[in-house]
Design a protein around this ligand. Sequence first.
Ligand code: ARG
Length: 575
Amino acid sequence: MDPLIETVEDALTKAAYAAYPQVPAEELKMVVTPATQGKFGHYQCNSAMRLAKGLKKAPREISQAIVDQLERALFEEVEIAGPGFINLTLRPQVLSALVNEVVRDGRLGVQRPAKPKRIIVEFSSPNIAKEMHVGHLRSTIIGDALARLFEFLGHDVVRLNHVGDWGTAFGMLIVYMQEEVPEVLEGTVETDLPMLMQWYRSSKERFDSDEAFKGRARQAVVALQGGDPFALKAWEMICQISRTAFQEVYDLLDIKLEERGESFYNPMLSEIVRDLEDKGLVEVSEGAKCVFHEGLRIPLMVQKSDGGYNYDTTDMAAMLHRIDDERAERIIILTDAGQNLHFDLIRRTAEKAGYLDPKKVRFDHVPFGVVLGEDGKKFKTRSGEVVRLIDLLTTAIKEAKALLKEREYDMSEKELNHLAHVLGIDAVKYADLSCNRISDYVFSYERMLRFEGNTAAFILYSNVRVNGIKRKIGNIDIKKLLTTEKVSLEHPSEIDLGLHVLRFAETLQMVESELLPNILTDYLYTLAQKFNAFFRDCRVEGVAEQNSRLLLCEVVARTMQRGLQILGIHTVERM
Ligand code: ARG
């Protein structure tokens, strides 16, 4: 079935064709939006304003002509308001019939794409020998949600972790470790990421102050790039240590990624530069090979003056590889907004070089704002250090547990620990997803763990409540109800809830095109609120409407579950 909004648009468009047969069809495509307030009905159409100029008529007159042709079977009320908006209210019988379809549909009325696309979602992408920071956390959480959405919709999704695993810094780190902690490189002593970071810092200091060391580090880079077995083995080991630490975070978040780091693109770099040169795009500036673009003060630098390749070169190679070899039809990269210019340069260069044809492949750099502490400054520990993600997540779980204890939850210790784990991680994810990703985001355990408002706890609790009704009524067999019973929406709160359920498909469509997960969290928050209103106003148990209302609860429960699943939010049975 079509998303409800499209059904409404189609009806209006058909009426517009009938009203203005002389106007080209593509100009008559009617656009509707959900009504902003209940008193304006269910949907609103403002298209008459757009048509007024061409038709040389007042918008009200145009709306009237369209409404006169409108097939009324769908609508209970159609009203022309203000300067010429059309406010539309659907018939409860129409909504009931649609809810009856949705409750029996495993996909909740969400269509599969006519042609599934191959979509690369690149997210997380931390750097080897460095700690993952809160920016990587945002990338990971938002990227996973978008990947899950595309997976549910039915696309072919590749989740790539573009880790920073290559570059000149590895030379100094390898030499430092070789000289200071050879036993680690020999594999006789184990180590971890915090140690690695310490060596990284010390090696940097030495690199800056000790000329001889600098020379040895440069040689190590050359050796590594030349495939020297010792250097490669050391590099492998360094990557492995970091990988183990990253994996701990991914496991806690329950997020899956395929690692394809920068080093993967090494063999392609020289050819990319040559190709860009052949196409006449390269200009040498202060010894470096650059691609300049009109209106941008900074060029893309594809080869440094010392002949080395860099972040820019790798991203050009990644773009070409993803399009030509991976056959991606859509590419999405998540990083903080600080990299907007970089990806603008990559996009423009890729288009000029003919790697990226926007008509065939949609490329989106999806940026997000910075994570701030409650003091409004960049998120740091009290002592001013970068917060380790693993600490941040375990703290969220600890805080969740303290809160549950305070609320005197009647649960076994084991159940409490489980709930605290789910709630802690969910709170971190939900808080991030529910704010518009473009804005900066203030990290606050206290706020994200609240039980009221648009929070993880509120949604989890609402989900438990919806499911609780079925449990309370006991021996009802939903499968059987589905074959024998129908939903009939009558009470205003029921109609309101049913309508919102029917908006699930169009909501996902919107998230898909805007790449804004907060559209879905807002939807779920409203779903929970409308459910609460329904539950306040309509008795379920032991009334004549029991079976209809149970089916309504069923479809709400499934919509909520599905929505949360798409966001990567885990649910609980009891709370
Ligand atoms: N490793 C980079 C960072 O930590 C992010 C990589 C983003 N992806 C890319 N294709 N450049 O900032």
